[in-house]
Design a protein around this ligand. Sequence first.
Ligand SMILES: *Cc1c(COP(=O)(O)O)cnc(C)c1O
Length: 339
Amino acid sequence: MTPPANLRLTIDTAALAENWRRLARAGGSAACGAAVKADGYGLGADAVVAALAGVGCRDFFVATWAEAAALRVPAGARLAVLHGVQDGEMRMALASPAVPVLCTPRQVAAWREASPGRACDVMIDTGMNRLGLAPADLGVLDGLAIDTLHSHLACADAPGDPMNAAQSGAFRAVVARVPARRASLANSAGIMLGPDFAFDLTRPGIGLYGGGVAGVAAVAGLEARVIQVRDVTAGASVGYGATWTAPRPTRTAVLNIGYADGYPRGLSNRGTVHAGGAACPVVGRVSMDLMAVDVTGADVAEGDWLRLDFDLPTAAAASGHSQYELLTGLGHRYSRRYQ
Ligand SMILES: *Cc1c(COP(=O)(O)O)cnc(C)c1O
């Protein structure tokens, strides 16, 4: 018998699809892909791929071959592995329908030797100094069958940063020199920088999941159960460190969710939870598996399900975590519902 989960993660697949359509429109004539690494940013890569394939997405991106092997990608769609082929991964890569995004001269040499003529993608570093071939390494690409040339923006979330124009200019120069079927530069925020950044294919991630850029809809909804309701007398404190003291007689609800579930400790005394129509503040420190909310005046009983406020920009600003960390950190104790 499987014990019932007392935490729910609801994934709004209609919002996910609508966010993809919005990003696809913003990218103009470029095809719009989807980054589904880290299990679809924590929301379930298989379900994300199915929902987005259903509305026309044909290019998916994961980080590793383990992620590629675990993912079901429908016929007609393409899966690319962003970390390329590292030592010990070549057999896996050759047996997989997924395509590596080669990112070092050594990976390029190994791919050429193992599978002459077989198409691959290539990552070019245009100034982020993370993964990718330096412009000085481009000679190693001569004669390689390249499907898509990629680069990645370091400062796309800061539209005024001169690094954006410098990177798109540097990438354009590489695209002019290196023969490939397509070129791809923009992540979610990069799409919003305008047509100079879209090239042939975009690779949004966070925007699909309701974060990072303006105008996208929330996808992830969190609900937890009330394990206990208690009356706290004025002057008594709640939680570790006694960081909150009741200013008046207060009714609190203790919920079975904590930072082990990705509810950030930074939302201690800051987050809110919804009980009926009321927004109830988190009181005291969020602990590993539990936290308390002030439900004074709301109709809340032991066993009730309450919806947590998890608006990504607000929760990121309040907790000090990035929106990416909030999603990918959600943990494993939820039952996931796709609707
Ligand atoms: C994760 C990733 C993306 C998606 O970025 P978002 O900021 O989530 O839109 C795109 N390209 C590469 C290379 C990535 O690693």
